[in-house]
Write a protein that binds this ligand. Structure first.
Ligand code: ADP
Length: 360
């Protein structure tokens, strides 16, 4: 039973602020994914939780116990890395038991029992006597996870653990990690730059950019209600389209229009639209929320198709509006070709408006 909290934590390396005043709680038994672009501070956050880095300001606690200044071995934390970090000259079993043996806190029988249990959970019983070079990438990663399981850590940290695997194996291991977590319910922080991995694995997902947490929420909430333009464009594939618009008061309703008139959207009445009139805004629309040939005089997105990308189950069209590339995900068997002009309808309940300057 362990909840981990970072309280106003900052980490600076000389003049680089890698982690900037973040507050984050990983609830007891939760699988929390920290996702963001390269260099945004994910690994540093994880290393602060492991004790491999020390915080510049702020505090880290586990169930209220202050971990801030504790060394890694005093935290009962386990880590799984991208490169597995297995000892090449040791068998899988020895790799799994080495940490426990050197800690000296366990009897041989306890160690044997834990390895047997972990190997059964991970389905690696037949691989225990092999050395890493005789294991596939997926098998090595299982051994690396097995090594953490035998220690029964209070919390588990995973840093891009699947990124060295090929695409197919990555998807398989993703499902296995989910199952494993459902079974063991170890409090886990999982770091990745891959939003699909984040969305499929996380009980909740924390989106990070430039050292700061942008939003923490369940995957579907991030997708439906992004807190700002960064989250909107980062979560979802293909990425959300955004383009500059202004809002005008049309008497009984409000509309958002682009300067060229190629985009006009009647806004759902949320009661707070007057404040947006005349502001520089960006309209966000997901490629999958536009439908071919359903535009009306009040609501439409008009463009000329520049590229068509067949995806099998659907088709992705590219077109430009206000000089910005927009993508439209439509039915696979659409007859549209490059050069065609097309009008899309938009489900106005699914559009987003952001401040053009701040992204909020
Ligand atoms: P991510 O894991 O999201 O790719 P990192 O946490 O590795 O990002 O890095 C965040 C920022 O901190 C980057 O600008 C990186 O260059 C910097 N940084 C990370 N570790 C160090 C270090 N040991 N010394 C100096 N700068 C570092």
């Amino acid at each position: 039973m362990t909840a981990i909290t970072l309280n106003d934590v900052t980490k600076r390396f000389d003049d680089v602020t890698a982690v900037d005043s973040i507050d984050l709680t990983i609830n007891d038994g939760e699988f929390l994914v920290l996702v963001g672009p390269s260099g945004c501070g994910k690994s540093t956050t994880l290393r602060l939780l492991s004790g491999l880095e020390t915080v510049t300001e702020g505090a880290i606690t586990a169930n209220g116990r202050d971990l801030t200044d504790l060394a890694p071995k005093e935290r009962n934390v386990a880590m799984v890395f991208q490169n597995y970090a297995l000892y090449p000259h040791m068998t899988a079993k020895r790799n799994m038991t080495f940490g426990m043996k050197s800690a000296g806190d366990y009897t041989d029988e306890e160690i044997e029992q834990r390895v047997t249990e972990a190997a059964a959970i991970l389905d690696i019983e037949d691989l225990l006597e092999r050395k890493p070079k005789a294991l596939s990438g997926g098998e090595r990663q299982r051994v690396a996870i097995g090594r953490t399981l035998v220690r029964d850590p209070d919390y588990l940290l995973m840093d891009e653990p699947l990124s060295n695997l090929d695409a197919k194996l990555r998807i398989q291991m993703r499902a296995e990690l989910s199952q494993l977590h459902d079974e063991l319910e170890t409090t886990t922080l999982y770091v990745t730059h891959d939003q699909t991995e984040a969305m499929t694995l996380g009980d909740r997902v924390a989106v990070m950019n430039e050292g700061q947490i942008q939003q923490i929420a369940e995957p579907q909430v991030l997708y439906d209600y992004p807190a700002n333009q960064f989250v909107a464009e980062f979560i979802g594939s293909p990425a959300m389209n955004t383009l500059p618009v202004t809002v005008t008061d049309e008497g009984d309703h409000y509309v958002a229009t682009s300067t060229s008139g190629d985009v006009k959207i009647q806004l759902p009445d949320t009661g707070d639209l007057e404040a947006l009139v005349g502001e520089d805004l960006r309209l966000g629309i997901r490629p999958e929320d536009m439908e071919e040939d359903t535009g009306t005089d009040d609501s439409y997105v008009r463009t000329t198709v520049s590229v068509t990308e067949p995806l099998g189950d659907s088709m992705l069209l590219h077109g430009h509006v206000e000089g910005e590339l927009l993508k439209f995900q439509i039915a696979a068997r659409s007859a549209l070709n490059p050069g065609d002009t097309v009008t899309f309808g938009v489900d106005s309940d699914r559009i987003h408006l952001f401040d053009a300057e701040t992204g909020a």
